[in-house]
Design a protein around this ligand. Structure first.
Ligand SMILES: [Zn+2]
Ligand SMILES: [Zn+2]
Length: 354
């Protein structure tokens, strides 16, 4: 099968002919229909996350060459002899956050918290959707997507799931008018659609790119504000009646941490959820956390249970799907570069021409 693989971090992916996996036992073989390109692919490709200054956190690769792609939508083509309840020819979204299955986290629905040295995450530790076929270990990782367009379906396995998991941790109340989403990029836009469907909230969206903000406004944001606007805090105070109650940061950088810290005004009890991994560092005025009774929490993807809830919401038709640009898998390198350089407005998926 054809696969676009990282052979060396930071170097262009190489198109390679590798062995097509054969499922055994509970395993299922999917033929990749479409695979979302997520910003973590940029970090995995580079081989690190930035921790500010020159500090870097390495992303461990388990194999010597890896086909990335963890937002997989595929068609079942072969089954191991112990698989039940899955039909050949049906299409599914694959939950890619696969743990060892034995540790305390894996046994308590926190498989996505399993040690990075033991995970077998699809497209991160083992070959994913940048390859023509993907081996999924068990049927519990497969989710039907209802009427979702093929190009959008895979995005619910990472960006959609992460967006949803972050919203669940943001102390939201239905119809809340003082929620701010930082980022009008792919993750921010997906979060916008999900918060509307799940909580009936139209948030304020903040970004540094006016073109992206236009997309957020068109997607139903109550207000959009450019983070470079010098009156941003006055505007936020006015729109939120004195301060945000929840700020969900899908960028996750030193600048956005500072920006978010100022958005709560004098309001106590605000929740700041950090999701994005753009990186960097910041200083914190510690008394403001106690005096403001503030919650700061990080979110890393989402659990299998949350994936089930999200996919139920997806199948119910309540989420208004975003448009995806479809690109052929042969443009994987160009797409990664575009994403890295902020040139992608909206969302992109790679398709395989079988
Ligand atoms: Zn585990
Ligand atoms: Zn991702």
């Amino acid at each position: 099968m054809k696969a676009y693989q990282i052979v060396e971090n930071g170097k262009p992916l190489e198109e390679r002919e590798i062995e097509k996996p054969v499922p055994s036992g509970k395993e299922i073989l999917l033929k990749t229909v479409a695979c979302g390109v997520c910003h973590s692919d940029v970090h995995i490709h580079e081989g690190f996350f930035s921790l500010g200054d020159d500090a870097k956190l390495p992303v461990p690769l388990m194999t010597d060459a890896l086909a990335m792609g963890h937002e997989i939508y595929g068609e079942v083509v072969e089954l191991g002899d112990e698989v039940e309840g899955v039909e050949i020819g049906k299409k599914y979204v694959a939950y890619p956050w696969i743990g060892c299955g034995e540790c305390r986290d894996c046994l308590h629905d926190r498989e996505h918290y399993c040690s990075p040295l033991k995970t077998k995450n699809l497209g991160i530790n083992v070959n994913g959707g940048y390859a023509e076929y993907v081996l999924v270990p068990e049927s519990k990782y497969l989710f039907e997507a209802g009427d979702t367009p093929e190009e959008a379906a895979g995005s619910y396995a990472c960006r959609g799931l992460t967006a949803y998991s972050a919203l669940k941790k943001a102390n939201l109340r239905e119809n809340d008018k003082s929620v701010v989403i930082i980022s009008a990029g792919g993750l921010g836009l997906l979060a916008l659609k999900i918060i509307q469907a799940a909580y009936n909230i139209n948030p304020i969206v903040v970004d540094i790119d006016d073109e992206k903000l236009k997309l957020a406004k068109a997607a139903g944001a109550a207000e959009v504000i450019n983070a470079k606007d010098e009156n941003i805090y006055e505007k936020i105070m006015e729109l939120t009646d004195g301060g945000a109650t929840s700020v969900i940061d899908y960028v996750g950088a030193g600048d956005t941490f500072e920006l978010a810290s100022g958005m709560f005004g004098m309001k106590r009890g605000g929740t700041y959820v950090i999701v994005g991994l753009i990186g960097g560092q910041t200083t914190v005025q510690i008394p403001m956390i106690a005096l403001g009774a503030r919650t700061i929490r990080g979110v890393y993807v989402g659990s299998l249970k949350e994936m089930g809830e999200l996919m139920e919401l997806v199948r119910s038709g309540k989420i208004d799907h975003l448009d995806f640009e479809k690109r052929d898998i042969s443009s994987a390198n160009e797409t990664l570069n575009d994403l890295k350089n902020g040139k992608i407005h909206g969302l992109v998926c790679l398709t395989h021409d079988h």
